[in-house]
Design a protein around this ligand. Structure first.
Ligand code: NAD
Length: 358
């Protein structure tokens, strides 16, 4: 396990921001699904007023040497949303793929929805803008469509000129907590949106308690909440609460254990694959779809965005074809019934002593 880069495999819309006055109640708006002829994926309307594609491409564990080609090819296949992060260590290459697609006339910048995340080491109020600027420069763009607080954890600042991305450790060995509160971090995130560096801002890996607290001081409500979400971890209460507050949900690791096998995570090795599960396989056969498509449709049919990743062309195309056909209510319920409240992406599973999910 690599404590420095535990999340790496090898070496691991333009309207004015909807600012909500402090004194006024946060607007409660359910995400609304719309189909756009120019968008390969239907979009969900965020509380910021912008449209986010319901299906995107996740950039975690995409190797640096293939990343630019994978992004370029995904754009050619029809993907418009790319979910990146400082921590994935491949923002330069992701930007190169985007730049090539724009240069070749496949898309314009405004057709894309580029997402990145604020890493834990940069939560101090004064560090948020500089690191966002660096990430924009790495991508070669001048705004993110969505910029997300990756984890509700503040770690001690690491100078990017010394080690980047820093991972969970301060010095390559020790996990050292920082002092930033979520409130100071969120207020710095709001400034990013006000300055146009991010069109929407969001959160990830937050629970309901943190969201309730954040909404008390937020001038801009989070547009999205990105969480681990698959039939073994349905988090129905959290999904319902966030959606009731107008916060759109993005699911990560939609295939459950699959993504964590390559990281040698014990819980993943000990758990039957969702794609091999009889319930999922039978539903897939009935609809002439693959088990992977059923797992993704189970989310998108409930207005939950998905960001799967594949470097296999067939899978890349099939993962995009997860809207426009429906599962029955009984089928949605049968898949939800597989819930085991089993989480794979927990820092503790990577040897990081920060039990944020307990
Ligand atoms: P994933 O859901 O993309 O699953 C990836 C695995 O599934 C790979 O092994 C891939 O080969 C396989 N796969 C993909 N399509 C398939 C298909 N059609 N049939 C069979 N196998 C298929 O898992 P993930 O990478 O964990 O999550 C997706 C994205 O979510 C990440 O790339 C990242 O952008 C984001 N993410 C965010 C966080 C966070 O903390 N916010 C954490 C994890 C992931």
């Amino acid at each position: 396990m690599n404590l420095t880069r535990p999340f790496q495999r090898t070496t691991a819309l333009f309207n004015r921001p909807s600012v909500i006055a402090q004194s006024s109640p946060i607007r409660l708006r359910q995400p609304i699904l719309r189909y756009y002829a120019s968008m390969p994926s239907p979009t969900v309307k965020l509380n910021s007023g912008h449209q986010m594609p319901l299906v995107g491409f996740g950039l975690w564990k995409v190797n640096n040497d293939t990343c630019a080609d994978q992004v370029y090819n995904a754009i050619k296949t029809g993907y418009r949303l790319f979910d990146g992060a400082c921590d994935y260590g491949n923002e330069v290459e992701s930007g190169q793929g985007v730049a090539r697609a724009i240069k070749d006339g496949i898309v314009k910048r405004e057709d894309l929805f580029l997402v990145s995340k604020l890493w834990n080491s940069f939560h101090d109020h004064d560090q948020v803008e500089p690191i966002c600027k660096k990430q924009l420069k790495d991508w070669g763009i001048d705004y993110f469509d969505l910029y997300i607080v990756h984890f509700p954890i503040s770690l001690k600042y690491v100078d990017p000129s010394e080690r980047y991305p820093p991972g969970f450790t301060y010095d390559g060995k020790h996990v050292v907590e920082g002092n930033a509160t979520i409130q100071e971090t969120w207020q710095a995130m709001e400034k990013l949106q006000q300055k146009g560096m991010a069109k929407s801002i969001g959160i990830s890996n937050f629970n309901s308690q943190l969201i309730m607290d954040l909404l008390r001081y937020a001038k801009i409500a989070p547009a999205t909440l990105q969480i681990e979400h698959h039939p073994y971890l349905t988090q129905e209460g959290l999904v319902k609460y966030a959606q009731s507050k107008g916060i759109a949900i993005t699911a990560y690791s939609s295939f459950g254990p699959q993504s964590f096998l390559e990281l040698d995570i014990k819980q993943a090795k000990d758990t039957p694959l969702l794609m091999d599960h009889d319930t999922v396989k039978k539903i897939a056969e009935k609809h002439s779809k693959t088990p992977a498509q059923v797992l993704l449709r189970w989310a998108t049919q409930r207005d939950i965005a998905v960001i799967p990743k594949s470097n296999n062309q067939g899978r890349l195309a099939q993962n995009l074809d997860v809207t426009g056909w429906d599962l029955g209510e009984d089928e949605l319920d049968a898949v939800s019934g597989l819930n085991k409240s089993l989480r794979f992406n927990d820092p503790v599973n990577y040897g990081v002593p920060l039990p944020i999910f307990v």
